[in-house]
Design a protein around this ligand. Structure first.
Ligand SMILES: [Zn+2]
Length: 254
């Protein structure tokens, strides 16, 4: 039996109902149950890929990284998360594409060596469409190194390439590793954008992080011309500049 989004929705619904009825142990019981699960995954060279049990692994992540918020808040967040999806036939990334993309990024840059040398990146593939997102990336730092997690959903649009989205998410993991935080932008990136003539003051941190993630995606694509660049009208000069900046950024990372 797989533990999918529907299971997550039902399990959180039940636990929240018990809490409402005054059963205060329900949150603890839920956390115990989730941590006792052994979600199945496939091991890649530098990643672990979760598919049918992605929702179970996601629940373990949320409970681990938000411990200070308390289990009840995590439970509510998981319940809301599981309610944001619907079944869909939109494009989704495949196991084979995940493998290919990792090979590609490691051909072009020392990606695994610099970004996740200690712990395999966890890739969670959800067979459903999220109400607003194509994918998302989180990470946290522990003494043994960074732990990163990329969630991939079915695409919001028919003509959107899951490979491009996945490269974008790997770009997010790169700036998290480079800055050591989820809520920062590398200073060198702001300098780079200004040199290109961008009005960086008008952009929020999350917007800058998205531009960084796209810059990483373009840098990889510039070395793999078979991949279709999803941003129309980009000049070769921008592609070249993206590659040069990301290459220099890898040099910045110890
Ligand atoms: Zn993004």
């Amino acid at each position: 039996m797989s533990f999918d989004l529907l299971t997550l929705f039902e399990e959180t619904e039940t636990a929240l109902a018990k809490l409402e009825e005054g059963d205060e142990s329900a949150a603890e019981e839920f956390a115990k149950y989730i941590f006792a699960l052994r979600p199945s995954y496939v091991s890649g060279t530098s990643y672990l890929l979760y598919q049918e049990d992605a929702a179970a692994r996601y629940a373990q992540w949320i409970l681990s990284i938000n411990r200070e918020l308390g289990i009840t808040l995590c439970l509510e967040a998981l319940h809301q998360f599981a309610d944001k999806f619907w079944p869909s036939n939109m494009p989704a990334i495949t196991e084979a594409q995940v493998k290919q993309v990792f090979q590609m990024v490691n051909q072009v840059f020392p990606y695994t060596q610099k970004v996740s040398p200690e712990h395999s990146v966890e890739i969670l593939l959800f067979d459903a469409q999220h109400e607003t997102l194509n994918g998302e990336t989180t990470a946290f730092f522990e003494p043994s190194g960074m732990r990163g997690c990329i969630c991939m959903y079915r695409m919001q649009e028919e003509n959107l390439s899951p490979v491009a989205v996945f490269l974008h998410e790997l770009g997010h993991l790169l700036h998290i590793r480079g800055t050591g935080a989820m809520d920062q932008v590398p200073p060198s990136f702001v300098t780079y954008l200004r040199r290109l003539g961008a009005q960086t003051d008008a952009l929020s941190i999350p917007q800058l992080q998205d531009v960084f993630a796209d810059t990483f995606m373009l840098a990889v694509m510039s070395q793999h011309p078979k991949l279709e660049v999803p941003i129309p009208g980009l000049s070769d000069q921008v592609l070249r500049a993206s590659y040069q900046y990301i290459q220099a950024f890898f040099d910045e990372i110890a």
